[in-house]
Design a protein around this ligand. Structure first.
Ligand code: RIB
Ligand code: CA
Length: 319
């Protein structure tokens, strides 16, 4: 049997984050060994409650939940996105107040890294603040992470929160830069890839036609809310992009995304805040390998489509 990839997921659920959590728990080749919940699409307390609710539905209260950041490193006020993700992050659904069995101390992140030394992938699909704090508090542990998959940035396409910036990098550009500067083996899955991972209402009708798993009843109401929000944002768009799901899908399928290697930095100030920068000029001079990041450029949509339908119609018992 194929060995499962162990992942520690940093997220801010949020609709596409919630679908990413479901995808990860259903995926036969992924083992979720911890979830760090932070502010971003909603406040950190709400994000944590949403994580707890999804784990409870799956009967996976054994997965450690660690409370992440409540705001960016700059100390600025955070803007949430209820119009896209719903007032509580799950579209029209108001999750019950699930008490997280034990909301674990931040140090638990380092215990998980030590326990899975050399085989752990950190997947970051929210603002990068908590991951940056992990570097600030325990850099000696961070080198033991195998690799990082980060949803953020936008290359050669417009941003989604400003004309140039994508939401995760814009939310805490200081944290994003810190990670891009310090982390090794980083794959960046940016908006130019994730915006093509469009799921339609017809795809969702297919995956909810039968109650395949405990998440099925949630998927249609939360997705429809998200797709309706996107149809207002981008008139004519049939469906909505699952940015965070495709980041996990890229980890499980090496051929899903086509990559190039460049050194990435993030703009911090004023009008260009959150803009991801890499040298795409034709005469690009090769940079030293230790500063390069692997940047997603183009998605194989057919492969995403088949994989998404396949994973989301699995039973939790098919693992
Ligand atoms: O820009 C897309 C990202 O911002 C995703 O992680 C989504 O959840 C939103 O917060
Ligand atoms: Ca997210």
């Amino acid at each position: 049997m194929k060995k499962k990839k162990k992942i520690l997921l940093f997220c801010d659920p949020g609709i596409d984050d919630s679908l990413a959590i479901m995808y990860a728990l259903l995926h036969p080749h992924l083992e979720v060994v911890g979830i760090v919940s932070s502010y971003g699409n909603v406040a950190q307390e709400q994000a944590t409650n949403n994580v707890a609710y999804l784990l409870h539905l799956a009967g996976r209260e054994d997965v450690p939940v660690i409370g992440g950041a409540k705001g960016p490193l700059s100390g600025e006020f955070t803007v949430f996105y209820p119009e896209i993700h719903g007032p509580e992050g799950l579209g029209p659904i108001s999750p019950p107040d699930i008490i997280v069995g034990e909301l674990l101390n931040f140090d638990r992140i380092f215990e998980i890294i030590e326990r899975y030394e050399g085989e752990l992938t950190i997947v970051e699909v929210g603002r990068q603040t908590a991951l940056a704090i992990a570097y600030i508090l325990g850099e000696e542990h961070m080198g033991k992470v195998k690799d990082f998959f980060i949803m953020g940035g936008a290359f050669l396409v417009p941003g989604n929160v400003t004309p140039v910036a994508e939401a995760n990098f814009h939310g805490d550009p200081i944290a994003a830069n810190l990670i891009l500067n310090k982390a090794k083996n980083v794959t960046v899955v940016p908006l130019n890839v994730t915006s093509d991972a469009i799921v339609t209402k017809e795809m969702v009708d297919y995956i909810t036609a039968y109650e395949y798993n405990p998440f099925t009843p949630l998927i249609k109401p939360i997705f429809d809310y998200y797709a309706d929000a996107y149809s207002e944002l981008i008139p004519g768009l049939n469906g909505a992009p699952l940015h965070d799901v495709v980041t996990l899908a890229a980890l499980t399928q090496p051929q899903l995304v086509n990559y190039i290697h460049r050194s990435v930095t993030v703009q911090i100030l004023e009008r260009t805040r959150g803009q991801s920068v890499g040298d795409f000029r034709p005469g690009w001079e090769a940079e030293p390998s230790e500063v390069l990041h692997r940047i997603g450029m183009v998605l194989d949509f057919e492969m995403f489509f088949r994989d998404f339908l396949n994973v989301m119609t699995r039973s939790l018992h098919d693992q």
